[in-house]
Structures are given as C-alpha cells and as structure tokens.
Design a protein around this ligand. Structure first.
Ligand SMILES: [Cu+2]
Length: 115
C-alpha cells in the first residue's frame, strides 16, 4: 500500500511538469466531431500558441480541427485580427480561437485565453 502511494506521488510529479502535453490530449478530445456543435459562425477551436510575432502580427498555433475553413488539426501561422490580440498571448498559452477566411487570408478573428 505504501509503495502504491509513493508511485502515485511520483506519477503526479511527472504529469505536472509537462503540463502542456496533458492539456494537449484534452484538446484533441475536444476536437472530435461528436463534441463540436453544428458548425455555426461562433464555434471556437482549441489551440496552443507556439509562436508570437508582434512585428508581423502572426501567431503560430497548434490548432484543432477548424471546420468552417475545412482544416484538420495542425500547426501553422495565422494572421491576428489586430495588434492587441498579438500582445495578449504568449508562447505556450492555451487558447480558443475562431479562424475565418478574411479576403483570402486565414485570420484569427476571436481569441480567448484558457486558464
Ligand atoms: Cu491549419
């Protein structure tokens, strides 16, 4: 019994360190088609910020499926709608985004930080 407790404490420590890896799995679960509601114009997609480039206004996201633009989960750069959005996020942040095709450019039109 004592061994079991020690083992679970060690496991908790391991899990706590790469927190993003754990969250990532949850994110993938969330992007299942069965979970997402009927593709409306407000659906948000889970994503993880990989890179922020304030100079160009580009945010690289590891995103879940973006149904409205017909995109499977992947990592890619998006144009942020405005500069304030770029300042709001940092590498490693978990976010929910709405990406839309704005005049031929895939643009993050809505971004919510996840705690
Ligand atoms: Cu993509």
């Amino acid at each position: 019994m004592k061994k079991l407790i020690v083992a679970s404490v060690a496991l908790a420590a391991i899990v706590a360190a790469p927190a993003f890896a754990g969250d990532d799995m949850a994110g993938m679960e969330m992007s299942r088609p069965s979970v997402s509601k009927t593709s409306s114009n407000t659906a948000l997609t889970e994503a993880e910020v990989r890179k922020v480039d304030a100079a160009t206004g580009m945010v690289t996201l590891k995103h879940g499926a973006l149904e409205n633009v017909g995109m499977p989960p992947m990592t890619m750069a998006f144009k942020a709608k405005d500069a304030a959005m770029v300042k709001q996020v940092h590498e490693g942040d978990r976010v929910k985004v709405r990406v839309e095709n704005v005049n031929g450019t895939l643009t993050i039109v809505k971004l919510e930080k996840q705690s």
